[in-house]
Design a protein around this ligand. Structure first.
Ligand SMILES: [Zn+2]
Length: 345
């Protein structure tokens, strides 16, 4: 094993490069992972394009990843070299009152691999031993790169309190929207409408089981929603885009006592008709990241075959990662999800 590695580094605003770096060494409570697959994350593209203050260069991003354990720190027990694992990149403090309540996703002291410490756009990454999950049979390293985004979708659907999800609307058929749709189906959603301006993404949504898709750039979403629900409205609406307009749509499409989940993070503000919220007892639920329980559930859903990844996840060699990242950042890419593959050593 050489002592250097290739890493895709966000070096300066607007700039990302493939460079050679020293390999990290695991601290006593860490394990060293040789990365197998890493997904290019939509929030990272967004941060890169908007020069977000939350991710400051120089930084190795990449938080949706799987790999093989190649070394363990001296105080790590019960983890074997060569184990195939997926990594929960969100590291809560474990001590604060929110962590003690099980709300680790909103721990104020949380650290995120790829933001507060190096992520996995690199051949090797050292991670806390408690962040890794060994892959069950039925889940390979490639599909395991989808666990992290899927955990976000599991969380969004799990915190919906409506016991009956007859009609569900999903706004936005990007990675999170498509995963929310499949999780909703696995939880018993009877009928799902997807709103999405891209023809390709609408086609993917239909192949993955959407009962109806709406071209939100040309069609009247509310008329389509009213027809779809026989005038009743939706029990649950997921905004997987995060613009002011889509957040508002998610609320306006609801049936009385329905729940809108806002998971997309694109714009800061939203304007809604508060009178309607009060008089219809709408619920508006924010959804952020995931807990360990959501992460485990995501692993299980993938292993048990409930989540289809064919047809919308594109594999690209890591050496072409910079090009793939910049293409996604340009907004011109037709790809829904890109997963970088390492050649292994
Ligand atoms: Zn905490």
């Amino acid at each position: 094993m050489s002592n250097t590695m290739r890493a895709m580094i966000y070096t300066a605003p607007g700039n990302i490069e493939l460079l050679e770096l020293p390999q990290p060494r695991p601290e006593c409570d860490e394990v060293l992972i040789r990365v197998a697959y890493v997904g290019i994350c939509g929030s990272e593209i967004e941060a890169f394009v908007s020069n977000s203050p939350r991710r400051r260069p120089p930084l190795i991003m990449g938080r949706e990843f799987s790999g093989t354990v190649v070394a363990v720190g001296e105080r790590v027990a019960g983890i074997n070299v060569d184990a195939k694992v997926v990594i929960n990149p969100l590291i809560p403090c474990g001590d604060c009152h929110l962590c003690r309540m099980g709300r680790t996703n909103v721990c104020p002291n949380r650290q995120l691999l790829s933001m507060h410490r190096p992520g996995a756009y690199a051949e090797y990454v050292s991670v806390p031993a408690r962040a890794i999950y060994e892959l069950p049979s039925g889940l390979d390293l490639k599909r395991a790169a989808l666990v992290e985004p899927l955990a976000n979708a599991v969380h969004a659907m799990r915190i919906v309190s409506n016991p009956v999800m007859h009609n569900v609307a999903i706004i936005g058929a990007g990675t999170i929207g498509l995963l929310c749709m499949q999780v909703a189906r696995s939880m018993g959603a009877a009928r799902i409408l997807v709103s999405e301006p891209s023809a390709h993404r609408r086609e993917v949504a239909r192949k993955l089981g959407a009962n109806q898709t709406v071209d939100s750039s040309r069609e009247d979403l509310f008329a389509a929603g009213a027809t779809f629900t026989y005038g009743c409205g939706f029990d649950v609406c997921i905004d997987a885009v995060g613009r002011a307009t889509t957040r508002k749509q998610a609320v306006q499409l609801l049936a009385p006592v329905g729940t809108a989940v806002w998971i997309g993070l694109h714009e800061r503000d939203a304007e809604i008709n508060a009178m309607d919220v009060v008089t219809n007892e709408f619920r508006i639920q924010g959804s952020y990241a995931y807990t360990d329980a959501d992460f485990r559930k995501a692993i299980q859903l993938l292993a048990d075959g409930y989540i289809v990844t064919d047809g919308w996840v594109t594999e690209v060699p890591f050496t072409d990662g910079v090009e793939a990242f910049l293409e996604l950042a340009s907004g011109e890419s037709g790809r829904v999800k890109v997963v970088l593959q390492f050649d292994g050593k």
